[in-house]
Design a protein around this ligand. Structure first.
Ligand SMILES: [Zn+2]
Length: 111
């Protein structure tokens, strides 16, 4: 399903026009499921991670949101900082785990 939508939309975010890899793109429901939207190609649209993150939940608002086009170059700044934030978070988590392991080892030595 995702592949079909991505191909139809030419791997391009329908809001900002960002053309990306599959991992950089999200499939979004135009009418959300809680409003009765279906998992159908007509109800799905390709968005980049940034436009996806800021997309409104309601179908009507989302349609307006989609119509307000934005230049992907403007969003590129956010895209880069977004990636570095997630990288930092992952690194931070790994460090926490490492510290905890050291702490556990120390505790064993003490006991
Ligand atoms: Zn976008």
């Amino acid at each position: 399903m995702k592949q079909e939508i991505l191909k139809r939309d030419n791997f391009t975010c329908k809001k900002c026009g960002f053309r990306g890899k599959e991992t950089e793109l999200e499939i979004h429901h135009i009418i959300p499921k809680f409003e009765g939207g279906k998992d159908m190609i007509e109800n799905l649209v390709t968005l980049c991670s940034i436009c996806h993150k800021h997309a409104p939940d309601k179908g009507i608002e989302f349609k307006k949101y989609l119509k307000e086009k934005i230049d992907w170059k403007i969003l590129d700044t956010f895209r880069k900082s977004d990636y570095s934030i997630s990288r930092r978070t992952k690194k931070g988590m790994a460090n926490t785990v490492k510290k905890e392991n050291i702490f556990l080892k120390l505790q064993k030595v003490i006991n």
